[in-house]
Design a protein around this ligand. Structure first.
Ligand code: SF4
Length: 651
């Protein structure tokens, strides 16, 4: 540290704000927040901060920047932003790519429904969760539908069925009480909504008591059918809650954080306890961590609950150690929850056991991560060795072209870093110049466009293309023309293995693959079970999937496809007949089975197929296509795809 740096510290303001320690070439080394900037920075520089990474950090500081903020809470928000932007090596950075799933019920709707969301908002609706796996959400929703059959359809579908005057198949399956067709009155529906929210809050006793009272009243008034239905609901509620593990008899919502460390590897595990039950856990791994555990925890919590993350704030946070906060985090969470959030470091009793539970999960997470890393290292080494690569293929890019009836051609470029997909770096290409039916010309165009960006988007360790020697030659020529050198391969499917079992051969599951490399005349044949091949297949399949997905979106946009094309057993002649007779896709979709059967050339079986297909498609969990067609058409340009859509998903 230079003398000027110490002098700078003395002139810093004493207000709250954010400080940035900068090293050589203005590289931001560390970002922190403080209630009093001067005091905080002085503590660092004077050696008064005993944390073990500090000497290494202080040695490298060449300059200090500060930003004064109105409060320490604003400082926390700005700190999060700056950590995201500068990725300082001495900060713990939460790369939150985890799925955050919650259920939402909006009582302001006339006929409320339960929807799955990925973000908590202050919009007057009630949120339940978080669920950390889609499996957990599915299970909760399927139980709910059985016990409290609220509508599950989108508003447009609701209106559509209301117009038709008949409910959808959900009603037949007793998974909806049919509000679209006035088959339930608003008071009874409101009772179902109330049951749903009590259920999701885990208030089983209250719910059972409430249902019991209604059952008794229905019995006294000789409404026996209703009494029997309520009896069944009570049994289902009891059964469902018995299956959930209760970890606390207090109905407090808590997030419990466990932390373990092995050198620079740190794992934080979050346990979401809602109404006394663990509803999900989530692990976060950090590598090359240079700060101590308290700093990790404090920084993690700031980023975890920081504004913009859309997380539900619980009433209580349990942490394994005291958090150095300066009051910013506390203020932020109080704002979000609307009341004070209690931070506890449990020393004994049931809360301590909860913390131990979170820590044990963190230990498992860490050891699995380390094992997985070893396996990835071994896989990459194997690839390098078997394919004579000049460097370890830590970053791989793979390209594939997808065409539709020689009229639309697109390509994908997917990226894998250390064996895992890097979705934020995926690229889509709409072929502009090459003829769609000329696969090699399409690839040439894509490679030329990709390599032209080599300065702004550095090339990976390995470039890969789906195809054989011809495709590889195009890639190598493009590299040559651009004056660039890089390892390049092509991966091509071989016929089914003779040795594969008939079942596997039928499913096409086990294929031999040929890897073409520039240095060998014959392709390299990797063993079908070799982990290096499995990785290449994964990369190639992902590229294929991504290209097809884009091509379908373009088709939907161009109106060149119809949901009718997805119908099993309905060929072009029958499709034309349906459209000619009924006038439009919408009319086909809305037609009854009898109306469909009246179309010349459409048998009873065809009519049943079409009818059932649209019944399913109209259901919120129906197949993509009809319901999703408009949405699918929304994004069609060649650009970096968004990492995660933050939309409300029907369930
Ligand atoms: S359309 Fe189906 S899910 Fe929607 S309200 Fe009617 S019956 Fe229920």
């Amino acid at each position: 540290m230079r003398v000027e740096v110490s002098e700078t510290a003395e002139s810093l303001p004493t207000q709250p704000g954010v400080y940035l320690f900068k090293g050589e070439n203005d590289r931001v080394l560390y970002v922190g927040k403080a209630q009093n900037l001067r005091v905080r920075v002085r503590t660092y520089l004077s050696g008064g901060d005993g944390r073990y990474q500090i000497p290494q950090l202080v040695e490298r500081i060449r300059d200090i920047d500060v930003v004064v903020t109105p409060s320490v809470k604003d400082a926390l928000l700005l700190e999060n932003e700056l950590i995201k932007r500068h990725k300082p090596p001495f900060n713990v950075r939460l790369r939150d790519d985890k799925q955050y799933l919650a259920l939402r019920v909006d009582p302001a709707e006339r006929w409320p429904r339960v929807t799955q969301v990925r973000r908590f908002r202050h919009d007057g609706a009630q949120y339940f969760g978080p669920f950390t796996s889609s499996q957990a959400v599915k299970s909760a929703v399927s139980t709910l539908r059985r016990i409290f059959p609220l509508r599950s359809c989108r508003d447009a579908v609701f209106r559509d069925y209301a117009r038709r005057g008949r409910p959808c198949i959900e009603f037949e399956m007793k998974r909806c009480v049919g509000p679209c067709c006035d088959l339930v009155n608003e008071a009874d529906y409101a009772e179902l909504v109330r049951g749903t929210t009590l259920f999701l809050r885990g208030r089983s006793d209250e719910l059972v008591t409430h249902l019991g009272e209604r059952m008794q009243k229905a019995g006294e008034q000789e409404r026996f059918e209703e009494a029997a239905r309520l009896r069944d609901q009570i049994a289902s509620v009891k059964n469902s809650f018995e299956r959930q593990s209760v970890v606390s008899d207090q109905l407090v919502d808590r997030d419990v954080f466990g932390l373990v460390r092995d050198g620079g590897e740190v794992e934080v595990q979050v346990l979401h306890v809602r109404a006394g039950r663990v509803i999900g856990t989530q692990g976060y791994g950090f590598s090359n961590v240079r700060v101590d555990d308290g700093e990790v925890m404090s920084s993690f919590l700031g980023q975890y609950y920081g504004a913009g993350q859309g997380r539900q704030v619980p009433a209580e946070v349990l942490a394994p150690m005291e958090i150095s906060d300066d009051g910013g985090l506390e203020a932020l969470l109080r704002d979000q929850l609307g009341k004070k959030v209690s931070f506890k470091v449990p020393r004994r009793g049931r809360l301590r056991e909860l913390l131990a539970f979170a820590t044990a999960n963190a230990e498992v997470g860490l050891s699995r991560r380390l094992e997985a890393r070893e396996s990835v290292e071994a896989t990459l080494d194997e690839l390098r060795e078997r394919l004579d690569l000049s460097e370890t293929p830590r970053r791989i890019e793979c390209y594939d072209v997808s065409t539709f009836r020689d009229s639309i051609a697109v390509a994908s470029g997917v990226v894998f870093q250390d064996g895992a997909p890097c979705k934020a770096d995926y690229r889509r290409y709409r072929i502009r110049n090459a003829a769609p039916d000329d696969d090699l010309a399409c690839l040439r165009e894509v490679f030329q466009r990709r390599l032209a960006r080599a300065d702004s988007e550095p090339l990976p360790n390995l470039l890969m293309v789906d195809g054989g020697r011809g495709q590889l030659a195009v890639l190598l020529a493009a590299l040559h023309d651009a004056g660039l050198q890089r390892d390049a391969i092509a991966l091509s499917k071989e016929r089914d293995l003779e040795s594969a079992s008939p079942r596997v051969r039928r499913s096409g599951g086990l294929k031999s693959e040929r890897v073409f490399t520039p240095s060998r005349v014959d392709p390299v044949m990797l063993a079908p079970s070799a982990r290096s091949l499995l990785l290449l297949q994964h990369v190639r399949d992902e590229s294929h999937r991504f290209a097809i997905e884009f091509q379908r979106k373009l088709r939907a946009k161009a109106g060149m496809t119809s949901i009718l094309e997805e119908l099993p057993g309905i060929g072009p002649t029958k499709r034309r007949a349906l459209l000619r007779q009924l006038g439009s896709l919408r009319a086909v979709r809305g037609a009854s089975q009898t109306e469909l059967q009246a179309v010349p050339g459409i048998s009873a079986r065809d009519a049943a197929t079409v009818f059932r297909f649209f019944e399913r498609a109209d259901r919120p969990d129906g197949p993509d296509g009809l319901v999703g067609e408009a949405e699918a058409a929304a994004e069609v340009s060649e650009r970096k795809p968004t990492a995660q859509k933050e939309t409300e998903d029907p369930i």
